[in-house]
Ligand binder design. Sequence first.
Ligand code: 13P
Length: 287
Amino acid sequence: MIVSLKTILGMAEATNTAVGAFNITTLEGLRAVIAAAEELNQPVIIQFANAAHKGFISLEMIGAIMMDFADKAKVPVCVHLDHGADLDEVKRALDLGFSGIMYDGSALPYAENVANTRAAVELAAQYGASVEAEIGSLGREEFASAGGTGEEEELEGCYTDPEQAAQFVRDTGVDALACSFGTVHGIYLKAPKLDIDRVARIRQATGIPVVMHGGSGISDEDFVKCIQNGVRKINFYTYAAKYAGDYVKEKLNAESGNVYFHDIATWGMESMKKTYIDTIRVFSNLK
Ligand code: 13P
């Protein structure tokens, strides 16, 4: 069943949990996410990061399949655009039926980010979809999983300012806010130190769900602290993909006979499903 971003985040709010937002790059990854969410009977967000992953598959090709899976799923599913680069890309996702979009103007000057985000909110409203935007910078490791280095930057200077975040929400009317408080995308080279107090202050100042990007590599303990302080959507992909790659390598090394591509795809899917089950358990506070 397809639901909007606002609806699914409302469910998380009601249960004081976070919804996992998993990037989709292949059919196997999509099947793994939906199977994990259905097995645990939890809502889930499937998202496509066009800017990072269009080299693997196009928005239109994977988007149509994501919509079909979401429609038929036994649990509530939001189909979301991750890091929408501009209004054209946002419109392409909305035309496919996506029920949530992120417009990411975080690298722009404040006034330009506000103007573009507001235009995205107005556009999404025509489709009944909701909007995530970003203020503060998550650093340029955003797309490390698509080939960057994943090296951690000194980011504290770019952390989201709670007062500016509150002003941004008033200026734009967004439904959820991606914030910078110590996470980066991709692989961490040293353990991340999260500014949890900042999460609480942003949440209090804005009154809307906070989104954590760069969920891979965060400890279960930190996930729980962030959720307790207002994080309602957690973006997570790199480690699911990496663990699946590691598992496929292991299987290949152990196999002396023929290996067919469908074997590799199936191993990858099994591994990803396991990772997503473990992850959703933590986000949903399941034992
Ligand atoms: P990871 O790369 O840490 O899994 O985060 C994914 C993400 O934030 C996508 O926007």
